[in-house]
Design a protein around this ligand. Structure first.
Ligand SMILES: *[C@@H]1O[C@H](CO)[C@@H](O)[C@H](O)[C@H]1NC(C)=O
Ligand SMILES: *[C@@H]1O[C@H](CO)[C@@H](O)[C@H](O)[C@H]1NC(C)=O
Length: 561
């Protein structure tokens, strides 16, 4: 019998976590940071409909005129929509500075303030196109940061047995935001006259409410003990850890975690490649263990973003039309249900899969579902090319078309279960403390760049004829990418369920071809006191704490006692 991996590891971690560690203080902090996911969701949910509202169209001249043809109009609308995404690239890129210099809590307050300022500039534009673009860009600078600050904090603050659940609260909130956005627009369209700008402005105020709630909440949340340790505030780190776990400071569970944190910091300081700005950047890309992690994170983004699900979200109404759903209210309804389906899938992933069966299997399940869906649609569009023009002849073609629409929902389920949940999770939990927020920043910046590229490229890909792939070709492309993703995950992604954040170092220092397939089994219980304790390896615990004492006598360390 080898070491436990996946479900076995999770059970061991859960059994070892003292019940006090699941407490209200933790739940509140997790909720406060998790809700930040709603930031990008809200904008995705709101902007699509906002640009179709009469008041907005009139105010910003989004219609065909003598001096504005269809292409120019599409560009104008596209520029307004895309500004948040473009801002988010910048936001994600700079987020690590605030995250590391100000701490996770002040970084949150800072980004919420930028987000609110952006919204205010946006909703007070009063017809000025430039101001709308500027406002939305600034919103993006705030919103982009949420994808770095929140997952980083959630990974650091949660007990390892429920770490997946805590981080997935963030990805679930994205869908919560999308749904609230839809409903807000729908509600204001019922109750506020179509001709006043109050209509879209009132719905957009939801942003300010969310940002405000998060700022207020942040004053009751606890700072990440890992960040406090990183900046050398050891006593506060210990005090906050004990509060977050609701356990006395000298409890073995708390002590083990603190020892591991200081051990890791020590290891990282020894391997440092210089201080200042370039040092950590070099550490991230030059140290083999770290290089594997950053490449893993970037690879996940690339394969996830081009698996087609993200484009289906954005172009859902068009896709439904492509597959034969006509009528605008039918389309909107189908899109709204699509949002609900994904929200439920994300919640299922968070509560029942990601910790329980493990990251690797959850993700593989999601990708397989996506693959089946894409494969079906690709075959359907190849066999029945007339589907895209809405002219279906036989009854069997119509049945197959209904199947294709079911498959679009199915692909949403796969995306929310797999890539969408894991893309935030993996980045946040694999990096060592000193380069964690920097690593997450890089990955999320890449995420937004790919997403932007996606939204630009997919409409071109759908085009029938020379430069495009035509609809069936596009779906064949997505089918191939999902298959590639499955292979990538099988070979490169290690199972991290139940591992302590500090135990990851041992895992990623293995030879590269072993990390993904055998890493978890080979390193379970090694490399961190917390894991050794969990698996009852008393020898290892004794050995590690002996080292600890010796070094304490030397006065080099402050971590353990
Ligand atoms: C929109 O942005 C593009 C660049 O992506 C630019 O060429 C174009 O002039 C912009 N259109 C308007 C109306 O601002
Ligand atoms: C937790 O950390 C904060 C700094 O963010 C510090 O002000 C506070 O005193 C710490 N809490 C405890 C109980 O020490």
């Amino acid at each position: 019998m080898g070491n436990p991996v996946g479900p076995g590891m999770w059970k061991a971690a859960l059994a070892e976590t003292p019940r006090e560690a699941f407490n209200w203080r933790l739940a509140f902090s997790v909720l406060c940071f998790g809700l930040m996911g709603a930031a990008r969701g809200l904008d995705e949910g709101l902007i699509g409909t906002t640009v179709t509202q009469k008041s907005f169209i009139n105010e910003y001249n989004l219609k065909l005129t003598k001096s504005q043809n269809a292409t120019q109009l599409a560009q104008r609308t596209g520029n307004i929509t895309a500004m948040v995404q473009i801002g988010s690239v910048g936001g994600a890129l700079i987020a690590f500075i605030a995250c590391d210099k100000l701490g996770r809590l002040w970084a949150t307050r800072q980004l919420c303030t930028i987000w609110i300022v952006g919204v205010i500039i946006y909703i007070t534009s009063n017809g000025s196109y430039g101001q709308v673009l500027a406002g939305r860009f600034i919103m993006g600078l705030g919103i982009g940061q949420t994808t770095v600050v929140a997952p980083t904090y959630l990974a650091e603050a949660s007990p390892r047995s429920i770490r997946g659940l805590c981080i997935c609260i963030f990805s679930g909130s994205v869908y919560l935001g999308i749904m609230l956005g839809y409903f807000a627009n729908w509600g204001t369209s019922l109750h506020i006259s179509n001709s006043t700008s109050k209509q879209w402005v009132d719905a957009t105020i939801l942003h300010i409410i969310f940002a405000g709630l998060i700022i207020i909440g942040s004053f009751f949340a606890l700072e990440s003990p890992r960040w406090l340790a990183k900046v050398g505030r050891d006593e506060q780190a210990a005090a906050n850890m004990s509060k977050l776990r609701k356990l006395p400071l000298d409890h073995p569970y708390v002590q083990a975690e603190l020892i591991d944190i200081h051990d890791q910091l020590e290891r990282e300081r020894e391997a440092t490649l210089g201080s200042g700005f370039l040092g950590p950047l070099k550490e991230l890309f030059m140290l083999p263990g770290n290089r594997y992690r950053i490449l893993l994170g970037l690879g996940c983004q690339l394969l996830g973003q081009w698996s087609g699900a993200q484009s289906i979200t954005i172009y859902a109404p068009q896709f439904f039309q492509t597959l034969g759903v006509t009528g605008s209210s039918e389309k909107l309804f189908a899109t709204a249900i699509f949002g609900v389906v994904k929200f439920v899938s994300a919640i299922i992933c968070a509560f029942f899969l990601v910790d329980f069966i493990g990251r690797k299997r959850s993700l593989a399940t999601g990708i397989i579902i996506q693959f089946v869906a894409m494969f079906y649609v690709a075959i359907y569009l190849t066999v029945v090319p007339s589907a895209t023009t809405g002219k279906l002849k036989s009854a069997s073609q119509k049945h197959a078309g209904t199947g294709a629409i079911a498959m679009i929902y199915f692909s949403g389920v796969g995306w929310a279960l797999g890539w969408n949940s894991i893309q935030y999770l993996i980045g946040a939990e694999i990096f060592p403390l000193r380069v964690r927020s920097l690593g997450v920043s890089m990955i999320m910046c890449f995420h937004f760049v790919n997403q932007y590229g996606n939204t630009k490229a997919v409409p071109q890909m759908l085009v029938v004829g020379a430069p495009g792939l035509s609809p069936n070709g596009t779906f064949w492309f997505f089918t191939a990418v999902t298959l590639l993703g499955l292979g990538f995950v099988w070979f490169f992604l290690p199972e991290t369920v139940g591992k302590s954040l500090e135990g990851m170092d041992e895992l990623f220092n293995l030879p590269w071809h072993m990390i993904g397939r055998k890493g978890a089994a080979l390193t379970a219980g090694k490399g961190s006191v917390a894991e050794a304790m969990m698996l009852g390896d008393t020898e290892k615990v004794a050995e590690i704490s002996r080292e600890e004492q010796v070094e304490n006598v030397d006065g080099k360390r402050t971590g353990g006692r």
